[in-house]
Design a protein around this ligand. Sequence first.
Ligand code: ADP
Length: 339
Amino acid sequence: MFHSARLKLTAWYLLIIMTISIMFSVIIYRDLSSEINRFEQLQRFRIERRLMETFPSPPPMPLPTANPELLGETRRRILLMLIIVNSGILVLSGGLGYVLSGLTLKPIKNMMDEQNRFISDASHELRTPLTSLKSAFEVFLRDKQPTTNDAKSLVKESIGDVNKLQSLTESLLELAQYEKPQEQITFKKISLPDVANQAIKKIKPIADQKHITITSKTKEISIKGNQYSLVDCIVILLDNAVKYSKEYTSITVVVGKTDGAAFLSVADHGAGIAQKDIPHIFDRFYRTDSARLKTTTGGYGLGLSIAKKIVDTHKGIIEAKSTLNRGSTFTVRLPVSFS
Ligand code: ADP
């Protein structure tokens, strides 16, 4: 498809360039032809005048005229030259057009490739719980005399899969929301310690379940941003910190300012991330091998890509530093501007 679109675009470029070039060639040919005619008439007139001056009476021989063969040859030469120039333009603009159309279509191709990859990843993730639900129902139906307990355990099992489907679709919707143009998100002056405290409050119940303590060190800093989405972003970081940490560990949230930019960091003492995985963890659906093995931690590899999208809409950066089996620190840096 990319190739045929590229050829079509090249053909359009060629059509436009050749139309202009042929139009100019026709004008040049017409002008030069009339210029040759004019020159021929001028020459004739000069010769006539000179002869009249030399022989006041009618000349003894017919007046010499310009050689019509020479004039025809000159016209043919001009035509040939214009054909050669146009052929050169055709070949050159064909080659250049092909290169240019490739460059023009490349970003569109990359976007389409990414979208296709996203659709196939999302369908793959959706298929897993759906297949599990389907086979559980089929097994239940094959049972000739199912008991109430069988039905209850089926429902219990199914709710787990439905929950997975729900959380996946919610994440997908959230991701789609941040793909929208930035103008649709309202920005106003917000307090970063407020953002951190709201996120901590939301995560506290699941941290308590694992006896993980969350401490915070915050300085009063205000930025221009969207409170709701930034709280979401910090919730994602805190949720991961809890998910990938052992019981009875601690998490630290710091809000501060360095080099004129505000920062908000979440540090844990959990499983850590291998160096080879760090460049990919913000990609959609990326999960490290160890995270994939631990099915209990749930997740679809969408959290950090949502967090990155949120930070991007705030013109900030998000970075991760981690040591395997020691812990990770995620830092969000945001510009302090109110314009
Ligand atoms: P998931 O839903 O799988 O947690 P994320 O996009 O939030 O997806 O994270 C991507 C991957 O990055 C995770 O699968 C995990 O391997 C790794 N990761 C993220 N945060 C942490 C953390 N605090 N500690 C260890 N690994 C982490």
